[in-house]
Design a protein around this ligand. Structure first.
Ligand code: NAD
Length: 651
């Protein structure tokens, strides 16, 4: 058994023995050791934080001295510890989660050296190799199509989409029958699991996305818990039957809205916040009584993680079906005619999805890209605004739909602002850290590295200057902060979504100019306005053509889960979050309730000239104002009512 870069020969042998216990194979699948998957351990270990790797090596060394039955016994022990409360339980869960994670990722996800036995596993499972391969070695990749084969030609899908939908459709009545309060029990359990197991979840998110640890905590875990909190506090009220006013002409009747489930929601998510973007729409769907088919991005599938949390929260398997695969799989799921599609992703894909959905009139909600402007007036606290601009540009390595991509600063403070921003950007630390000490992680998708490189090169070629970040080679997935000065709106860098740690900066003179520049974009997702003059800030916020605005802060409107979130123009259609978001997953059924009297309605047949005249008088009175109008309405109403009860066509 040969050693690898990270493992000694003894550890390799222990990993194979452990693998054979956890993945023993069957008549179709080979054993773990037969796949040779262990040879690819290094590819995976490149992405592990050092201490995780060291812990794993330590366990393997221990295992290497033990006979197989002792290893089995230990696994049983750790497995049973999983159920214990507090520290022993966490340890058990962690060890089992870690060991199973490593072994199954190698077994299912990696080809062996000759590409054959690993291939056998995938073929047996109907998977495609490219989907599973980590996005690590892309030094040799030159264009987006090459680095993201998923976006190329449609592949034969392994999924039986009809069977998936049949399961969730059949399960939906049971979910529908529960009250909102009963459905919220699952949210409470998920809340507790995510809160308590956040550290291991963060590690998992980091291993697929390459985020810094703090980014994973504050942009995936924290907002998800805020979302759960919103559901737990407000969902029951938001989804209760609502009584609405009934007009005078319908006196004696009542009007209500029932917020009912739509059926099954198809959720298709992007790669940038894979954990948050999974559980947020899934739980909104469940709380509103809808079953879910969820397709994560093929780039960051977090395979098994969401299933495991849902299972442990007691959510019946048939309520949420998770389907892995690329765009072709998403398209096959749409063909099953879900009752609604909740899509988050790029404009190009959003358009395709809407076109496909339109064939069957499936309603779509599209949460698409952005090109967010930040407008800084000269009366601000400059240092605070600089720090806000820095974080708003760089959080999640700029791979956020609402990150700041265009920065407009009033001329009086422009030089000071720019110099401070550049100095602060140079202090930013890069790394996929374990302890929370790195500011910014790596880019998640190699395809995105190519896009950023392309847009920055284009701007440079047309005369723009990089105030910092010029040391980037245009290929590494650790992109330093890049601040671009001297670009124009005619350049692609200011028209297309960057989705990287890059911002263009411009001076402006007047409020009108700032508004014009900010609105000069095909996108309209969110924006921020910075000024000590709150009246001006609100005036500017109103003038911006966008879905969300933060005043004197950045990317914060989406932090409040009571506020609806969504875009205008190319940034999308629909709103999620808040009461609007919950109700958006509902069939908003309008109900008009009348009594069981003998009377017929004045507007029912037969129509006669006399009735027409009386209706005319009533219309005139009802839609006029003043006390006399009310009297006239009452008189004409009574005549009409009396006449209608005995009216015959002959009269
Ligand atoms: P993408 O459009 O490439 O893919 C998104 C999802 O759609 C993936 O799961 C993909 O497999 C699937 N898909 C692709 N083609 C499909 C098809 N024909 N039918 C069905 N599904 C298909 O987007 P991405 O690169 O993963 O994500 C980045 C984009 O997402 C950026 O534009 C970003 O701004 C946007 N985004 C928007 C929000 C928001 O709330 N507005 C949030 C996060 C990300």
């Amino acid at each position: 058994m040969n050693a690898t870069r990270y493992l000694t020969a003894r550890e390799v042998s222990a990993l194979n023995r452990l693998g054979d216990i956890l993945c023993p194979g069957d008549e179709v699948l080979p054993t773990f050791s037969a796949t040779g998957a262990v040879a690819r351990f290094d590819d995976m270990a490149d992405y592990m934080v050092v201490s995780d790797r060291e812990d794993l090596k330590l366990l393997l060394t221990v295992f290497s001295f033990l006979p197989a039955f002792m290893i089995r016994l230990l696994l049983v022990l750790f497995g049973s510890m999983e159920r214990l409360p507090a520290a022993p339980g966490s340890l058990g869960r962690l060890v089992m989660f870690g060991l199973k994670g490593v072994v199954t990722t190698l077994y299912y996800g990696f080809a062996d050296n000759d590409g054959k036995s690993g291939e056998k596993v995938r073929q047996a499972l109907g998977w495609d190799a490219a989907i599973r391969s980590p996005v690590s070695h892309h030094d040799d990749l030159v264009n987006p199509e090459e680095v993201n084969p998923m976006n190329q030609a449609v592949q034969a899908a392994p999924v039986d989409a009809a069977a998936v939908f049949s399961r969730v459709h059949q399960a939906q009545p049971a979910l529908r029958a529960l009250s909102v309060r009963e459905r919220l029990v699952y949210v409470q359990r998920l809340n507790d699991l995510v809160r308590d197991e956040r550290e291991s979840i963060i590690s998992r998110i980091q291993s697929e996305t390459g985020k810094s640890r703090t980014d994973a905590l504050i942009s995936e875990i924290f907002p998800l818990l805020e979302h759960f909190e919103f559901l737990l506090k407000y969902a029951e009220k938001a989804l209760a039957d609502e009584t609405v006013p009934t007009p005078l002409a319908m006196m004696g009747k009542k009007s209500k809205i029932f917020y009912e489930p739509m059926g099954t929601i198809l959720v298709i998510s992007p790669w940038n916040y894979p954990f948050y973007q999974a559980l947020t729409p899934i739980t909104v769907a469940l709380v509103t009584g809808n079953t879910v088919v969820y397709k994560p991005s093929e780039i960051t599938p977090l395979e098994g993680l969401v299933e495991s949390l849902l299972e442990r929260a007691g959510v019946p398997e048939d309520w949420v079906q998770i389907v892995y695969g690329a765009g072709d799989v998403g398209s096959q799921l749409i063909d099953q005619r879900p009752d609604k599609i909740f899509f988050t992703g790029s404009v190009a894909t959003g358009k395709k999805i809407m076109a496909q959905a339109s064939q069957q009139l499936v309603p779509v909600e599209l949460e698409l890209g952005g090109k967010d402007p930040m407008l800084v007036f000269d009366d601000v606290n400059v240092e605070r605004a600089v720090q806000g601009a820095l974080w708003g540009t760089l959080t999640n390595s700029g791979q956020s739909c609402t990150s700041v991509e265009r920065l407009y600063v009033q001329r009086g403070i422009y030089n000071d602002f720019r110099d401070r921003l550049v100095a602060a950007a140079r202090q930013v630390t890069l790394g996929v850290d374990r302890d929370g000490n790195a500011d910014m992680g790596r880019m998640t998708s190699p395809r995105q590295v190519v896009i950023v490189s392309d847009l920055v090169s284009d701007a440079k070629a047309q005369g723009a200057t990089l105030l910092c970040g010029s040391e980037w080679d245009g290929r590494s997935d650790f992109i330093p902060p890049i601040i671009v000065e001297g670009s124009t709106h005619a350049m692609r860098i200011n028209q297309e979504e960057l989705f990287g740690p890059v911002v263009t900066i411009f001076p402006f003179d007047t409020e009108e100019e700032a508004i014009r520049l900010a609105n000069d974009s095909a996108f309209g997702l969110s924006a921020s306005v910075w000024s000590a003059d709150k009246v001006r800030a609100e005036r500017v916020a109103r003038a911006l053509v966008t879905g969300n605005v933060s005043i004197n802060n950045v990317m914060l409107s989406e932090g409040n889960h009571s506020l609806p979130f969504g875009g205008v123009k190319d940034s999308g259609i629909g709103r999620y979050k808040g009461v609007h978001g919950l109700r958006g997953f509902c069939n908003q059924k309008s109900v008009l309730i009348d009594g069981n009297s003998k009377k017929i309605e004045a507007n029912w047949y037969p129509y006669t000239a006399k009735k027409y005249g009386l209706f005319g008088q009533l219309t005139q009175a009802l839609f006029s104002h003043g006390p006399m109008a009310l009297v006239k309405f009452a008189l004409s109403g009574m005549s009409l009512e009396g006449y209608s009860q005995k009216a015959k066509r002959s009269e």
